[in-house]
Write a protein that binds this ligand. Structure first.
Ligand SMILES: Cc1cc2nc3c(=O)[nH]c(=O)nc-3n(C[C@H](O)[C@H](O)[C@H](O)COP(=O)(O)OP(=O)(O)OC[C@H]3O[C@@H](n4cnc5c(N)ncnc54)[C@H](O)[C@@H]3O)c2cc1C
Length: 462
């Protein structure tokens, strides 16, 4: 749709005048900044970008889009823009300006507007001794992360972030602002908790958890020891309680000046872990790995917001490609295959290949849980390729997928919603029963597929 002509253009001027936020069309100053995703490998070119300034703006924008036959892609930061279909003719509805967060220390809950990023929640929550189920990065959006499940450093103890959501405020594809919780709009409440975007979320409420002591850090070893350390880590994961969440990881760090000198531009095999408990017990639990003789040991007692330093995610937008299959197991043969493709001898664009330990609370159906009630897999493989130049994107994607393919014999049947970085239907990233229920919900509330979700759901046939 060429938005600058006809009735849509005139309607757009009316929308511009009516909302507190901003509207951009191609060619206007600000359009390029407004359409930019955090993942710089994605060049999204929507017909119009609306930066909502309030929940009422979101509703007005949705009604405008419906009236003019446009589809809508809701987006916060654009960390998850990789799998999105092209936005030609669509509205990119950005929530980046909606970042208000309220903590209720007595109820141990947070209410985060849709554009909030994790540090907006974790920092004020920690002032009350509380932790949110945030992931590895401060800048990832609370909403996109949670709608796709949300696997963080407390996951084996408290499960997916989606299953700690107590309410969602959202604008339906029909343009109504509603609240979905355990007593209202049960289908939509179920769907937003792990099933992706079914409407446009304007705020989420979630449980927070009291965290007294937390012991976390990384053990760095030269990448030449990749296979040895991954074998030891894999054996160790069979011994730890649910209070320990960890990853075994092959990482190639850039020669960035902000990195400490001993790490700059080097490749490592690492174990990253967080233990919900005291430092003495944490040191005992991590003892078997420490006895391997790491080159660097950063374990310490930390406050919950400092968990965001553990994974050393980039603080600024970067171009990347990736893949994220769930694994039923990570046995010796899988470790050797992984070390062959991304270990010391690999000439690779893969900046990080990591295997996360699942199980614990993740394996048990969350009481009253949503579209990802539990994870039927024991490990999660994530391969992330840096694509510093557009010409390298295809190679980085191919290398990430080559690692996924090599570990195909242990694929648990579906990928992790939040780490499937290439276009894939929701059936490829959710349990089959959840996908079927989502299809029915989609048929009832968005039969025209007006909402563009990271991983699309095809409405069930009547
Ligand atoms: C550096 C980095 C670290 C990460 N760490 C983790 C991690 O530790 N654990 C983990 O589970 N994941 C992690 N992820 C993956 C991340 O959770 C996904 O990329 C997620 O989609 C990001 O959410 P966002 O809101 O920031 O991104 P966006 O791209 O803004 O949103 C992603 C999708 O969510 C939906 N969405 C967003 N906002 C709305 C809304 N208001 N209404 C309806 N739908 C909406 C849309 O479908 C949108 O396309 C990480 C990603 C990166 C790049």
């Amino acid at each position: 749709m060429n938005i600058t002509d006809t009735t849509a253009g005139r309607g757009l001027e009316a929308l511009r005048a009516a909302i507190a936020g901003r509207v951009f069309v191609p060619g206007e100053a600000g359009y390029d900044q407004a359409r930019r995703a955090w993942n710089l490998a994605v060049d999204q070119r929507p017909a119009v970008v609306v930066e909502a300034g309030s929940a009422a703006d979101v509703a007005r924008a949705v009604r405008f889009a419906r009236a003019h036959g446009m589809r809508i892609a809701p987006q916060g930061t654009g960390h998850g823009a990789g799998p999105l279909e092209p936005l030609v003719g669509a509205m990119l509805l950005r929530t980046t300006r909606l970042r208000t967060v309220r903590i209720d220390p007595a109820a141990r809950t947070a209410r985060a507007e849709a554009g909030a990023v994790w540090q907006d929640v974790t920092v004020p929550a920690a002032q009350h001794g509380l932790a949110a189920l945030a992931g590895s990065s401060t800048t990832v959006g609370v909403t996109g992360y949670t709608l796709g499940g949300g696997l963080g450093w407390l996951a084996r103890r408290y499960g997916l972030a989606a299953n700690s959501v107590t309410a969602a405020e959202l604008v339906t594809p029909g343009g109504d602002l509603i609240r979905a919780d355990a007593d209202h709009q049960s289908d939509l409440f179920w769907a937003v908790r792990g099933g992706g975007g079914i409407g446009v979320v304007t705020a989420l409420e979630m449980r927070l958890y009291p965290v007294g002591e937390l012991y976390a850090g990384s053990l760095f070893f030269p990448i030449a020891r990749a296979a040895e350390v991954l074998h030891a880590w894999r054996a160790w994961t069979g011994t730890v309680p649910d209070e320990v969440t960890s990853q075994g990881r092959l990482v190639r760090l850039p020669p960035a000046p902000q990195l400490p000198e001993p790490l700059r531009g080097r490749a490592f095999v690492k174990v990253e872990a967080a233990y919900l408990g005291d430092a003495g017990t944490g040191a005992e639990l991590t003892g078997p790995l420490r006895r391997l003789g790491p080159e660097l040991d950063t374990f310490a007692a930390i406050p919950p917001p400092a968990l965001a330093q553990l994974h050393m995610d980039p603080g600024q937008p970067v171009p990347f490609q990736g893949a994220g299959p769930f694994l039923s197991d990570f046995p010796a043969a899988a470790i050797d295959a992984l070390a062959g493709l991304a270990g010391p001898d690999a000439d690779t664009l893969l900046a990080s290949v990591e295997v996360g330990h699942l199980g614990g609370a993740l394996a048990r159906p969350a009481p009253g849980g949503g579209a990802q009630p539990s994870i039927d897999a024991n490990y999660l493989l994530t391969a992330v390729g840096a694509a510093p130049a557009p010409g390298l994107a295809a190679a980085a994607r191919a290398q990430a997928h080559a690692v996924k393919d090599a570990l195909g014999p242990w694929h648990a049947g579906y990928d992790y919603y939040n780490f499937a970085e290439t276009p894939a239907p929701a059936s490829a990233v959710l349990p089959p029963a959840s996908y079927r229920r989502l299809q029915k919900i989609k048929a009832a509330c968005d039969p025209d597929q007006m909402i563009i979700s990271t991983h699309p759901v095809r409405p069930a046939r009547p």
